[in-house]
Design a protein around this ligand. Structure first.
Ligand code: BG6
Length: 477
């Protein structure tokens, strides 16, 4: 066995969530309608038409939830703010009751010695902005998003020191504008790259504004990173993996860190006529938005092989977060196609289980960007069963998290600077498209699509296991 380095003393052992997936109270205390409030009402979009109207009712039960976090010994909790609670119309008048809720939550966390990590945007866009100018489709979003951010900095910046700007920009733009699985349900490659460019500009503007409002705080985006593997050592497969790494990952992380698009990917998109329109001053703004850390949401790796220009798979876009699973071959003719990695086990949702992939990913990011890393999500979605005696024996989750924590420790030993690890998720919550049957939490919530749903909280076996891990600062695996 290798002699592994210890986790840093102030390592942020945590768990994460997102507003739409836990809060409920969708139309209470002045909250406006979000794009998700609307999207889930379109028949056939989510599993059994599940929505987040109630979710796990965290809005009314946050004290009980924070109490459970404290009992577990959580060092940090990552949550997101619902933009439409603060600005029901996305801009204009502030809804004080929205600010009050997050103030109460933040104070409750701090009272229990839990460091808040605040995600500014986790996919729920005020519908009013979508209706008015197409949301991320217009450059107008940059101003409204920055105004929303500054409102949060002023309200919470005295107590919140860790901030995540955009959660998985690569996923919400891709699923919103390439695969149409998320709102606004559009399939348009050119628009996708344009929307994404606006989101990058908004991200940079938000980080730039952060410097003067929260000078002692740290901010970064959370990127959904799925490290690319080559299917074989054939040079054409290695090139396919390089293409994927560049078009599906560097396309975002290079922009965050240096304000530049990777060249080969840019040239390819330009040849196809779908590169984004970049206006004067854009690249300067992007360069001014350098983050303090790279937030990484890691679930799995993706494996690639050559995809011939003619006669290969048709056009399709693999999803880095794996919503479609990994069995379906997708790709871009001439660049790459995804293939199943037979060396890995998979979850019941067909996501690869690959703890070593996390070490590989952390090292790649460190070598390329030289930024500290916050692992802002990692976890296992499974069917959990509450036994009659109230126990939930999620040994598979313990095994999953344990192997990933070990992999992080190996990366730390390699010299990667990891500041924290947020397991997705603390309580069970709404899985955007999969309802409540796909569970991630340390705490089971009695919420289902059908049948009994009294929202009672029950600690899973993994709850006690993670508590011991935190207590020993990761020495006790
Ligand atoms: C990440 C998101 O992509 O993956 C989370 O940031 C999401 O919001 C998580 O819940 C798991 O995805 P899913 O589809 O299994 O719920």
């Amino acid at each position: 066995h290798e002699n592994l380095k210890s986790f840093p003393k102030d390592f942020l052992w945590g768990a994460a969530s997102a507003a739409y997936q836990i809060e409920g109270a969708w139309n209470i205390d002045g909250k406006g309608i979000s794009n998700w409030d609307k999207f889930v009402r379109i028949p056939g979009k989510t599993f059994k038409g599940t929505n987040g109207d109630i979710a796990v009712d965290h809005y009314h039960r946050y004290k009980e939830d924070v109490q459970l976090m404290a009992e577990m010994g959580l060092k940090t909790y990552r949550f997101s703010v619902a933009w439409s609670r603060i600005f029901p119309n996305g801009k204009g008048e502030i809804n004080q009751k929205g600010l009050d809720f997050y103030n109460d939550l933040i104070n409750e966390l701090i009272e229990h010695h839990i460091e808040p990590i605040l995600t500014i945007y986790h996919w729920d866009l005020p519908q009013a902005l979508q209706d008015e100018y197409g949301g991320w489709e217009s450059r107008q979003i940059i101003k409204d998003f920055t105004n929303y951010c500054i409102t949060l900095y002023k309200a919470f910046g005295d107590r919140v020191k860790y901030w995540v700007s955009l959660n998985e920009q690569n996923v919400f733009t891709r699923l919103g504008y390439q695969t149409a699985m998320h709102p606004p349900g559009v399939k348009d490659d050119k628009l996708f790259y344009q929307v994404n460019h606006h989101a990058s500009l908004a991200n940079a503007a938000a980080i730039k504004a952060f410097r003067s409002h929260v000078p002692d705080g740290k901010i970064g985006p959370s990127f959904a990173y799925s490290p690319a593997y080559a299917a074989t050592s054939k040079p054409e497969d290695v090139l396919a993996a390089e293409n994927a790494e560049e078009l599906a990952s560097h396309w975002w992380m290079d922009v965050y860190t240096w304000g530049t698009y990777p060249q080969a990917a840019w040239n390819y998109l330009e040849r196809k006529g779908i590169a984004p329109e970049v206006e004067e001053g854009d690249l300067e703004l992007l360069k001014e938005g350098k983050p303090d850390f790279m937030g990484v949401n890691y679930y799995q790796t993706t494996t690639f092989e050559k995809n011939p220009l003619h006669g290969g798979t048709s056009e399709g876009h693999f999803n880095t977060s794996g919503e479609k699973g990994t069995s379906e071959d997708t790709g871009i003719p001439g660049l790459y196609k995804t293939v199943r990695n037979e060396n890995l086990n998979r979850t019941n949702w067909d996501w690869n289980i690959d703890p070593q992939g996390l070490r590989i990913g952390l090292r790649r990011i460190t070598n390329r960007y030289k930024l500290p890393i916050l692992i802002s999500e990692n976890g296992l979605g499974e069917y959990d069963k509450a036994e009659e005696d109230g126990s939930i024996n999620d040994d598979y989750r313990i095994e999953y998290i344990e192997s990933h924590v070990k992999s992080i420790q190996e990366a730390v030993t390699d010299g990667v600077e990891v500041i924290g690890y947020c397991v997705w998720s603390f309580t069970d919550l709404l899985s955007w498209l999969n309802g409540y049957k796909k569970r991630y939490g340390f705490v089971y919530v009695n919420q289902h699509e059908e049948g009994e749903h009294d929202l009672r909280r029950m600690k899973k076996k993994s709850f006690y296991w993670y508590k011991a891990v935190i207590e020993s600062n990761g020495e006790n695996l």
